[in-house]
Design a protein around this ligand. Structure first.
Ligand SMILES: [Cu+2]
Length: 92
């Protein structure tokens, strides 16, 4: 019985969104060389769970991603663009 109580308490703690926050990250994506590229990268990023908004700055070869940091992180985002064929780095 004690174990069950502990388990329930732990589960509740792990799922509490108390520290969840919306974050912005700027990804540098040098491989976006034509107007069609951002479409592919944007789709790949939008598929990542926790991503709320994707804004492409094509001329700067940058993408601003708004995400829930309880669900994903910058590493997962760069991985997603790389998997789509566009390696990226975090600018900020
Ligand atoms: Cu292209």
């Amino acid at each position: 019985m004690k174990k069950l109580v502990l388990f329930v308490a732990l589960t509740a703690a792990l799922h509490a969104p108390a520290w969840a926050a919306t974050k912005n990250v700027i990804l540098s994506v040098p491989g976006m060389t034509c107007a069609a590229c951002p479409v592919t990268v944007k789709k790949a990023l939008a598929r990542v769970e926790g991503v709320e908004k994707v804004v492409v700055r094509f001329r700067e070869r940058e993408i601003v991603v708004t995400f829930d940091d309880a669900k994903t992180d910058a590493e997962a985002l760069t991985k997603a663009t790389a998997n789509a064929g566009y390696p990226s780095t975090v600018k900020r």
